[in-house]
Every structure is written in structure tokens, then in C-alpha cells.
Design a protein around this ligand. Structure first.
Ligand code: APR
Ligand code: ZN
Ligand code: ZN
Length: 366
């Protein structure tokens, strides 16, 4: 089976032939139909985010179930599914407290890049290979946790459904959950990549206004407007003053979807008293962000938001329904579709900031 393998951090990932063992208890084997390329994939390759290596990259996946392991009653072979990064087990402390986005069952995949039982199904020349986020979807096939599979309605093509698995859920959830958006609330979205554009759509669906999109790239601001931004501000100049012209008291919420410490600090500065800044973008976890203490005493808040901040399985069902009805618009978010052979080029594009969300179709365009 062919897959995109990162042998060493700091080196470009490359296509390789790997062995994939069948699913064990509680697992399914998928034919990957589509895998979005997320900035976090690049961040693992460059070492900004940590993962053991060698690792097969890719975590924004949709596919068709080929085979189910022992004990699996759902999904069934032939089902079209999108893969959640959280199984939302319902039993761990976090799930019982209503924080399924921290489900402890995510830890093997997210931290150690292994499956639920701590081992891997991937091998290269007999040696174990890790599964990024427990998904490893820049590949022809993948073995994943059955609980992470959410059925996709027929109206939603898998080449678009894949985006929901990470970027769209993350951005949408940041807007509707963490940023507490609703009618009468204003928001600035910093960064209009896959995550930021999903936040813009979440803001629109929540009824927020104004929705101010901020990006360095005028083309991305154009797409943000198409997806619901009421105003666009080009970064590079004085963003704070530009936003005060639109929201003189500051915004109720600012969502950082870039992954830089200076723009996380800027998000906090853009708030009105009582506002909330939501850091979604992920700089290296070792960085720090300077915050003006005076802002805290105006009850400004700064928090992170991981994987949408809600129940990922419930949010994925909601998002699939919105996509099926055309209320969540996925086509404008996609830049290029590429075959698996071109996945290394997708990483190069991402590094250079070329194009919007890229979708790898391991079976070619269908
Ligand atoms: N000011 C404003 N916009 C910026 C700046 C800046 N200083 N620097 C970069 N941008 C814009 C880029 O032009 C791009 O449109 O931020 C956007 C980032 O988008 P992507 O590279 O597509 O990243 P995305 O996949 O959306 O992820 C964003 O969220 O999940 C995390 O790890 C991920 O940190 C990353 C962030
Ligand atoms: Zn749990
Ligand atoms: Zn991602």
C-alpha cells in the first residue's frame, strides 16, 4: 500500500510502499477516498508539532469501510465515513464532564501516533511505522478506531467531507462554542486558511455581525467575503485601528487561526471589555504570549480551543447536515485536488502559502 511517509523530522515526507495489517478489535480498515492537507501535517514534518517517526502523515480523512475488526457493529463494510480525531468514548472523566474534545482515548493517537491498544498496524520493511493522530490518511488505506467513524450522507462528496475531520470542525467549533457567537455579537477572524474560513462560516451560521476577516492574502479575503465575512482587513498594516473603525469598542470575540504568538496577542488587543480571544492556531507549545494585565481587569479573556471545543461526534453530524443542505459551503474552501503521488508537492505548496485547502485523492478524481 502506498502512503506519505515522514522518515525524519526536518526532511520532506515521501511516498513509500508500506504493509498495513488488518483491523484488530474495535478497528476498521478504510479505503481512503480523500484526505485534506492541514497545516498541522506540515507542522509535524517540520517539528513545530511533535510526533514519533517514522510516521504516515494525514489526519483529515474520508473513506469507505473495507473491513471491520472483531466486535465492531458500526460502521459496516461499504459505509462512507468521515474520521473524527476523538472517539468521544462517553466513559472517561472528560467525556463525562462534557469535554469529549479532550477524551483520554485520543491520547494514544494524538500524542504517541499509535492506535488505541498502543501498537501500530503499519510497517515498513518489517519495522513499525506510526499513524499520525491515529489516522494516517495520506495513504491508499488506513486502519482507524471504529468509534471515530461518522457516516456521511449521500449528498456530501467524500472529497469535501474529509475537510470536516479537522479544519472545518476546529474552525466552526471555535466560532460557535469557544467564541460564544450569536446574533448581536461581533467577531474578528485572524487568518483565512482552512480553519479560519470555517470559523467565518461558523460565525455566519451563528448569526454574528460584523464578521471581520483578517489575512495577508487579498485572494483569501475575497473567499472569506464569499463565505460570510461582512468586512475584510488586510494584515500587514494597522489591523487594530482598522478594526476599531468597524467596531469602535472592540470586538466581542477574536479568533486566531494562524498559529503565531504575535497574532494571538493581537487577538486579545482587539477585544472590547468582556470579550473573548480564542487561540485555535498552534505555534510551538513551548512559546509564550505577552498579555497586557490591564486587559484582564476589563474582563477580557484569552483561551485556547482544541478540536472545536464541543463534542466532536455531535458537531460532525451537525456539520454533515449543514453541508448536505448547502448551508456549510465546502467547494470555495478547496484550492487543489491532487493524486497521492503529488502529496509531497502539496506540502511544498502549503509551506509557500500557495492555494487554499488541498485535498489528496488517493484513488484519483472520481
Ligand atoms: N496575519 C494575518 N494572516 C496571516 C499572517 C499574519 N501575520 N500570517 C499568515 N496568515 C494567513 C495566511 O495567509 C493563511 O491564509 O493565515 C492563514 C493560515 O492558513 P493555513 O496555512 O491554511 O493554515 P490552517 O490549516 O488554516 O491552520 C491554521 O490552525 O490548526 C491550526 O496548526 C494549524 O496553526 C495552524 C492554524
Ligand atoms: Zn472519553
Ligand atoms: Zn488538522
Amino acid at each position: 500500500m502506498r502512503a506519505l511517509l515522514l522518515r525524519e523530522v526536518g526532511r520532506p515526507p515521501e511516498l513509500a510502499d508500506l504493509e498495513l495489517e488488518g483491523p484488530r478489535e474495535g478497528e476498521v480498515r478504510l479505503r481512503i477516498e480523500a484526505s485534506g492537507v492541514c497545516r498541522s501535517d506540515l507542522s509535524v514534518a517540520t517539528g513545530v508539532l511533535r510526533s514519533p517517526v517514522p510516521v504516515v502523515l494525514g489526519h483529515e480523512a474520508a473513506g469507505v469501510v473495507l473491513e471491520v475488526g472483531p466486535g465492531v457493529t458500526a460502521p459496516r463494510p461499504g459505509d462512507r465515513v468521515v474520521v473524527s480525531l476523538s472517539p468521544a468514548c462517553g466513559e472517561c472523566t472528560f467525556c463525562r464532564e462534557g469535554c469529549a474534545n479532550f477524551c483520554t482515548e485520543m491520547i494514544p493517537g494524538m500524542v504517541r501516533s499509535v492506535l488505541r491498544d498502543g501498537s501500530t498496524r503499519l510497517r515498513k520493511d518489517g519495522q513499525p511505522v506510526h499513524h499520525q493522530c491515529g489516522v494516517a490518511s495520506l495513504a491508499e488505506e488506513a486502519v482507524v478506531d471504529a468509534r471515530c467513524c461518522v457516516p456521511v450522507p449521500d449528498e456530501v462528496p467524500l472529497s469535501r467531507a474529509c475537510l470536516l475531520g479537522c479544519g472545518v470542525l476546529t474552525g466552526y467549533g471555535a466560532a460557535v462554542h469557544a467564541a460564544e457567537l450569536g446574533p448581536g455579537r461581533s467577531v474578528a477572524v485572524l487568518g483565512c486558511g482552512g480553519v479560519g474560513l470555517a470559523a467565518v462560516q461558523g460565525a455566519r451560521l451563528a448569526g454574528a455581525e460584523p464578521i471581520v476577516a483578517v489575512d495577508l492574502d487579498p485572494g483569501r479575503l475575497e473567499v472569506a467575503r464569499e463565505l460570510g465575512a461582512t468586512h475584510a482587513v488586510q494584515a500587514g498594516g494597522d489591523v487594530r485601528t482598522a478594526i476599531r473603525r468597524i467596531a469602535p469598542l472592540g470586538v466581542h470575540a477574536a479568533i486566531e487561526a494562524i498559529g503565531r504568538t504575535d497574532t494571538i496577542a493581537l487577538a486579545f488587543e482587539l477585544l472590547r471589555p468582556g470579550g473573548v480571544a480564542v487561540a485555535v492556531g498552534m505555534p510551538s507549545a513551548r512559546e509564550t504570549v505577552p498579555i497586557r494585565v490591564g486587559g484582564l481587569f476589563q474582563e477580557r479573556r484569552l483561551g485556547g480551543c482544541v478540536y472545536g471545543g464541543g463534542n466532536p461526534l455531535e458537531d460532525l453530524r451537525v456539520l454533515l447536515g449543514l453541508a448536505a443542505r448547502g448551508e456549510l459551503r465546502l467547494d470555495p474552501m478547496v484550492g487543489f485536488e491532487l493524486p497521492l503521488e503529488d502529496a509531497p508537492r502539496a506540502f511544498e505548496n502549503l509551506r509557500r502559502g500557495v492555494g487554499l485547502r488541498q485535498v489528496v485523492l488517493p484513488g484519483g478524481a472520481r
